[in-house]
Design a protein around this ligand. Structure first.
Ligand code: EPZ
Length: 419
C-alpha cells in the first residue's frame, strides 16, 4: 500500500502487459470477522494490503486477538480472545465493522460495537441486520454512536430478508453460528462473497445447506474449529481493469483469476462494450481497439452487473461512439462521479436513478476529487482517456480497496504516478 495524497494520471494511448489481480476486499473482511467464532490460529492467504483490512485487524486487537501480517499472509491468533466493546473512532472507518456485531453475538451472545462508516453512497441503513438479530432472540439498544445487542440465548429462527442485502446476510450467518437450533434465512444475497463465507464457515464446522441459493439453513455445533483460507481474487478490481481496457487500446493479461465463474456477469457486459476476453489457466487475456460500443446498462444484485463498477462504467462510456445510459438499482445516491466528470468536460447528467452519458470528444484533464472508493477508480479511468493530465485528490479513499492502482496500471504502461 502506498500512502499518498494524490495520483497524477495522463492520457495513455495503449496498455500492454500483465496485472496480478489482488485478493478480494469484500470476501476477506467477513472471513476475518468470522475468526472471532474460533479459538486458535487461522491463516488467511492472498489477503490484500489495503486500509480496510488493517482497520479491521486493529478492531480485532481490541478483543485481545493477536495479528501478524506479512506479504499478503494474515495470521490471526484468537487463543486469548476476550470480550470488549469496540469504539466508534475505529468502527466508523469502515463498513464491514458492522459484521463484528454478528460475530460477537455468535461468540458471546452480546456485542457493543460503534456504528459503521464506509463510503457515502446512500443512507445505508442496517434495519435488516437488526431485525434478523431480534428474530434470533437478541435485544437491541441503539444510540447515536453505539449499537448494543444482547441475548441470553440466541435461538434459530425462520427469517425472510426484505431485500437480499450482502452485509445483512453475512451478519445473520455469523450470529446464527451461536444460535441454538436451525436458522433459516430466506431471500439472502447470492454474491460470491456470501458463497466464500459459507464455505469458510463450513470449514470451521458450521453445517450450511443451500449455499449459492436464496435460502440458507444453518446449524452450528457448540465448538468451532480453526481453518485456513485462501482468498479469491477481487472481482471488482479485475472488472475495473477490464472496463479501462475497453476504452483504451489494450492487450492485457490478468492473472490470479482462480474462479472465472465469479466474474461472468462482468465479462458479459465488457463483451457488449467491445472487449475481447479469453480465459485459460487462471488468467484472462483482454484485448480491445478502444472503441467502446454505447448502450443502456443497469446494475443489480448478483448475478446482475455490480453497483461497485457503475462509476467506472459511466466514466468509460464517455469514450463510446454514441449515447449511453446506466441505471443504478442498488444504492440511492451513488452518483458523485457525475459532478467530478463534469469538471473534465464530461457530457453527462443524472435523471432519477439513471445517468445519461454522451460521447465526449473533448474530455480534458483537471484536478478532481476521489469521494469514495469506486468513484476514485473511475476518476483514474477518466484521467487515462482525457487529454493532458488529471490530478485525483484524496487517494485515501482509493486505498481502502485498491492495493496499488498506480503500480497495477504502470505495469501495463499507463502514464500514472503518485504525487
Ligand atoms: C456490500 O455493501 C459491499 N461492501 C459494497 O461494496 C457493495 O456495493 C454492496 O454490498 C452491494 O453489492 C462490502 O462488502 C464491505 P447491501 P453492503 O447491504 O453490505 C439496502 C465497495 O465499494 N439495505 O447489500 O452495505 C442498502 O441501503 C462497497 O467495495 C437496507 O435497506 O450492501 C442498499 O440500498 C461499497 N437495509 C442495498 O440494501 C439494510 O439493513 C444494498 O446494500 C441493509 C441494506
Amino acid at each position: 500500500m502506498a500512502y499518498s495524497m494524490a495520483i497524477r494520471v495522463c492520457k495513455t494511448a495503449y496498455l500492454n502487459g500483465t496485472i496480478e489481480v489482488q485478493g478480494s476486499k469484500n470476501t476477506v473482511l467477513p472471513i476475518i470477522a468470522s475468526t472471532i467464532l474460533t479459538d486458535g490460529i487461522s491463516v488467511i492467504h492472498n489477503c490484500p494490503d489495503i486500509t480496510d483490512v488493517h482497520v479491521m485487524c486493529e478492531l480485532l486487537k481490541i478483543l485481545n486477538i493477536k495479528i501478524f501480517y506479512d506479504n499478503h499472509v494474515l495470521v490471526i491468533n484468537t487463543s486469548n480472545i476476550a470480550y470488549a466493546p469496540l469504539p466508534y473512532e475505529l468502527t466508523c472507518r469502515l463498513r464491514s465493522s458492522v459484521l463484528l456485531l454478528g460475530a460477537m453475538l455468535g461468540r458471546w451472545g452480546r456485542a457493543e460495537v460503534g456504528r459503521p462508516g464506509g463510503c457515502t453512497i446512500g443512507t445505508r441503513p442496517i434495519d435488516i441486520h437488526l431485525e434478523g438479530f431480534c428474530r434470533m432472540n437478541a435485544d437491541i439498544n441503539l444510540n447515536d454512536s453505539l449499537l448494543c445487542c444482547q441475548s441470553f440465548q440466541l435461538k434459530g429462527c425462520d427469517y425472510k430478508l426484505r431485500y437480499p442485502s450482502v452485509g445483512a446476510t453475512e451478519n445473520l450467518l455469523l450470529a446464527a453460528c451461536g444460535a441454538k437450533g436451525t436458522t433459516t434465512l430466506r431471500g439472502v444475497a447470492k454474491e460470491p462473497e456470501i458463497i466464500e463465507l459459507c464455505n469458510y464457515l463450513s470449514a470451521i464446522g458450521v453445517v450450511i445447506e443451500g449455499i449459492g441459493t436464496d435460502v440458507l439453513n444453518i446449524n452450528s455445533p457448540n465448538y468451532l474449529k480453526n481453518a485456513d483460507y485462501i482468498n479469491v481474487y477481487d472481482r471488482i478490481v479485475a472488472g475495473t481493469y477490464m472496463l479501462i481496457a475497453s476504452a483504451i487500446p489494450s492487450d492485457i493479461i490478468l492473472t490470479g483469476i482462480d474462479d472465472v465463474h465469479y466474474i461472468k456477469n462482468i465479462i458479459k457486459v465488457c463483451a457488449r462494450l467491445g472487449l475481447n476476453v479469453a480465459g485459460a489457466n487462471n488468467t484472462l487475456r483482454i484485448r480491445s481497439f478502444g472503441d467502446v460500443i454505447p448502450g443502456d446498462f443497469s446494475t443489480g444484485t448478483y448475478p446482475e452487473f455490480p453497483t461497485d463498477l457503475m462509476p467506472v462504467l459511466i466514466a468509460i462510456l464517455l469514450n463510446a461512439g454514441g449515447n449511453s445510459s446506466v441505471t443504478e438499482t442498488v444504492f440511492e445516491n451513488r452518483f458523485s462521479v457525475v459532478d467530478e466528470l463534469k469538471k473534465m468536460n464530461g457530457r453527462l447528467c443524472v435523471k432519477d436513478d439513471t445517468v445519461h452519458i454522451k460521447r465526449t470528444e473533448r474530455l480534458s484533464g483537471n484536478v478532481v476529487l476521489a469521494t469514495d472508493l469506486r468513484q476514485g477508480a473511475a476518476m483514474v479511468a477518466a484521467g487515462l482517456m482525457a487529454t493532458g493530465c488529471t490530478t485525483v485528490m484524496d487517494v485515501s479513499y482509493i486505498e481502502r480497496g485498491y492495493e496499488n492502482i498506480v503500480r497495477d496500471l504502470s505495469n501495463v504502461g499507463a502514464k500514472i504516478s503518485y504525487i
